[in-house]
Design a protein around this ligand. Structure first.
Ligand code: PAF
Length: 281
């Protein structure tokens, strides 16, 4: 596995692979790998001749007061794990490389970034779309793999790639869960043993929604109120949002119909966790 730290170097290596007709698959990450990340690397490995993984904790996608400084960083462990997954190139740029002095350009996707997570994280998606644009230009992959855990992020990136005519595909890998159902996340590391128990209420509320829908319930208001009641029954939780929306437009739905995203963000202690399911009715 090659470790590359500069844009110039990765551009020239990927260009030479592309000229040899090799398919380049890309997994952008912020490091601190768990099974969720590794599953995305495996998806890339299956479809690509050359797998590139980036590790970059992107400052522009953290809103003021969020956990940019304390975000877990464990490069040496990540490097070993990437090697085990047969990643070909690990791209690990510095802040100076990604946002040099005088940097002024940002990429904005409208509407779908203003709802769900965009309400409490107003700058987050602009940071994500900006860094992904930069990484896509630098790495020039044929496809990039994102996780369904960040459902809104995947939808926003898909929209951007289509709107701005990026010549690449976006592939979305399924959510990977712990045995008890908690969605894997780098932020699970912040949870105390008590909070870890409370955190299970996110998945349990999604399971409840699924059960109600299977039993025939179609009114979003009733499903949401049952979910909110379940989450709020855990003392250590504070709901940021629980919503039922169209899985493409992210518009709130009064009635469950078509491809529906049920998504939630909940503070467990000080840690903000997200989870979701997609149902087809
Ligand atoms: O999902 C993430 O880890 C980040 O948002 C991403 C896509 C790597 C951009 O920094």
């Amino acid at each position: 596995m090659k470790l590359i730290r500069t844009i110039k170097e990765i551009q020239s290596i990927v260009e030479s692979y592309r000229q040899q007709g090799k398919i380049v698959g890309f997994v952008p990450t912020m490091g601190c790998f768990h099974e969720g990340h590794l599953s995305l690397m495996r998806i890339a490995r299956k479809g690509a001749d050359v797998v590139v993984v980036s590790i970059y904790v992107n400052p522009t996608q953290f809103d003021p007061g969020e956990d940019f400084e304390s975000y877990p960083r464990q490069f040496e462990r990540d490097e070993k794990l990437a090697e085990q997954e047969r990643v070909d190139i690990l791209f690990y740029p510095s802040d100076k490389e990604m946002y040099p002095k005088g940097y002024l350009t940002y990429v904005t996707v409208n509407k779908i970034t203003k709802v769900l997570c965009g309400v409490s994280r107003p700058h987050h998606f602009e940071g994500v779309t900006t860094i992904c644009t930069k990484l896509f230009h630098v790495v020039k992959p044929h496809f990039a793999v994102f996780g369904q855990k960040d459902a809104q992020q995947a939808i926003v990136i898909q929209r951007m790639v289509e709107d701005l005519n990026f010549d690449m595909e976006i592939v979305v890998g399924p959510i990977i869960r712990e045995k008890d159902g908690l969605a894997m996340s780098s932020r699970n590391k912040y949870l105390s043993p008590e909070e870890r128990k409370d955190a299970l209420s996110l998945f349990q509320s999604l399971q409840l929604a699924e059960r109600l829908i299977t039993e025939g319930e179609r009114t979003s208001k009733d499903i949401l109120s049952a979910m909110k009641k379940l989450v709020a029954s855990r003392k250590g939780t504070r709901i940021d949002y629980i919503e039922i929306v169209d899985a493409t437009t992210l518009k709130a739905l009064e009635t469950i119909k078509g491809e529906v995203l049920i998504a939630l963000a909940v503070f467990v202690g000080n840690t903000r966790l997200i989870d979701n399911i997609v149902v087809n009715c």
